[in-house]
Design a protein around this ligand. Structure first.
Ligand SMILES: NC(=O)c1ccc[n+]([C@@H]2O[C@H](COP(=O)([O-])OP(=O)(O)OC[C@H]3O[C@@H](n4cnc5c(N)ncnc54)[C@H](O)[C@@H]3O)[C@@H](O)[C@H]2O)c1
Length: 337
C-alpha cells in the first residue's frame, strides 16, 4: 500500500513509519517539524533500510497538500499531525482548534478531492474524560471535554463520523490511544519533544539521567492501591503495530470503526518509577505533589474489541517500556539540538 502519514516524524508517527516500511508499504510523510526533527528520517532509514519520502509542510496548507496528495496514488492516510499538550491547549486554545481541527478539515477536503478516503486517526482515551467505570470500553460514554485538546479529538472523531455518514466510501478507524510510552528497541527513535516533557515516562527518564532533579507525583491520595494515579501504559511499538492491524482490517471491513489501543492493565505512577529504577539501576527521587485539576484517578482500557477485530495484542511489558525508554534517552543525549 502507498500510505500518507501526517505527523510521521513525531513520536508515534516515526514508530509507525518503521513498522509500515518493514511490512512492505510505501510511506510518504507530511510534517511541519514543529515538534520533531528532520534527523528522525535518517534514523528511521537506519532501522528499516529505507528512507521514507518526506515533505515539510503544514496540514493547514491546502495548496501544499494538494500538490502532495494529487496524483500521489495513496490508498490510505494515517493522520497523526497535531498539537498534543493538554496544559498548553488550555493556554493557547485557538492554536489547538486551528491546527488540530482546521488542519484536519483541510486534510480531509484534499483527500476527498483526490479520492483518498481511508483514514486511520490518532484519537485518545481523553475523549472518555473521567469515566464512571473502568475498564473503559468503546461504548463508554464520551464526556464533555475538560480541556481544548480533548475537545479537538472529540470534534475530529465527529467530523470523520459525519464524513462516513455522508458518503460510505469514507473508511475510518478512530484509534483511542491510552498512554503511549517506550521507544524502538534499537534506541534510535523515541519521544523527543522540542520542549520540556509533559508526560510521566520522559520526565522519569530525565530524572534518571540527572537532567531533572525529581519527579513530581501529582496526587498521592487517590483511591488506588498506592494512592497515585493509575494509567494504561502501552509500548509505542505495540501501538504502531495496532495501526497496521487497523489498516489491514479496513481493507476487508470498510466502515467507521472505533478501537481502544491499550494493554488492558493499569499501572500506578509509583510502580512506573520503581520499574524505571529497576531497569536503569538508578535512584529516581520523587515527591508527592497536589493533584492536578482535570486528572482522573484511574483509567485503563478494555481491549477485547481491538483484540477480537484486529487480531492484535499489546504484549510488551512495563519493564520493556522502561528499558527501551532508557536506551533511547541515553542515545538522545548524544543528538544535536
Ligand atoms: N503521545 C500521547 O500520549 C498521545 C495519546 C493520545 C493521542 N495522541 C495523538 O497521537 C498523535 C501523535 O502524537 P505524538 O505523541 O507522536 O506527538 P508528536 O508531537 O511527537 O507528533 C506529532 C507530529 O505532528 C507534527 N505537527 C504538528 N502540527 C503540525 C501541522 N500543523 N502540520 C504538520 N505537522 C504537524 C509535529 O511536528 C510532530 O512531528 C497526535 O495527534 C496526538 O494528539 C498522542
Amino acid at each position: 500500500m502507498r500510505v500518507l502519514v501526517t505527523g510521521g516524524t513525531g513520536f508515534i508517527g516515526s514508530h509507525t513509519v518503521v513498522e509500515l516500511i518493514e511490512a512492505g508499504h510505501q510511506v510518504v510523510i507530511v510534517d511541519n517539524l514543529v515538534n520533531s526533527k528532520r534527523s528522525v528520517l535518517d534514523r528511521v532509514a537506519r532501522i528499516s533500510g529505507t528512507a521514507p519520502e518526506f515533505h515539510e509542510a503544514d496540514i493547514r496548507d491546502e495548496t501544499a497538500l494538494d500538490r502532495i496528495v494529487g496524483g500521489g496514488g495513496f490508498e490510505a492516510v494515517v493522520h497523526f499531525a497535531g498539537l498534543k499538550a493538554v496544559g498548553e491547549s488550555v493556554r493557547r486554545p485557538l492554536d489547538y482548534w486551528e491546527v488540530n481541527v482546521g488542519g484536519s478539515t483541510t486534510l480531509f477536503r484534499v483527500l476527498d478531492r483526490n479520492d483518498v478516503r481511508t483514514v486511520v486517526f490518532s484519537s485518545s482515551a481523553t475523549v472518555y474524560g473521567d469515566p464512571d467505570e473502568v475498564p473503559v470500553t468503546e461504548a463508554t460514554p464520551i464526556k464533555p471535554a475538560t480541556n481544548p485538546y480533548g475537545g479537538t479529538k472529540q470534534v475530529i472523531e465527529q467530523i470523520l463520523t459525519d464524513l462516513h455518514a455522508s458518503d460510505p466510501r469514507w473508511n475510518v478507524a478512530l484509534l483511542r490511544y491510552f498512554n503511549p510510552v517506550g521507544a524502538h528497541a534499537s534506541g534510535l527513535i523515541g519521544e523527543d519533544p522540542n520542549d520540556i516533557p509533559n508526560n510521566l515516562m520522559p520526565i522519569v527518564a530525565q530524572v534518571a539521567a540527572g537532567k531533572l532533579p525529581e519527579v513530581n507525583v501529582y496526587g498521592n491520595d487517590y483511591p488506588t492501591r498506592d494512592g497515585s494515579g493509575v494509567r494504561d501504559y502501552i509500548h509505542v511499538v505495540d501501538l504502531a503495530e495496532g495501526h497496521l492491524a487497523a489498516l489491514d482490517r479496513l481493507a476487508v471491513d470498510s466502515g467507521r470503526h472505533v478501537w481502544n489501543l491499550g494493554t488492558g492493565n493499569g499501572t500506578t505512577v509509583l510502580e512506573v518509577i520503581a520499574a524505571f529504577s529497576a531497569a536503569t539501576g538508578r535512584d529516581i527521587p520523587y515527591r508527592p505533589a497536589a493533584r492536578r485539576p482535570g486528572d482522573v484517578a484511574e483509567t485503563w482500557a478494555d481491549v477485547t474489541k481491538a483484540e477480537r477485530e484486529l487480531g492484535w495484542r499489546a504484549g510488551r511489558t512495563v519493564d520493556e517500556m522502561c528499558a527501551d525508554t532508557w536506551r533511547w534517552q541515553q542515545y538522545a543525549l548524544t543528538l544535536d539540538g
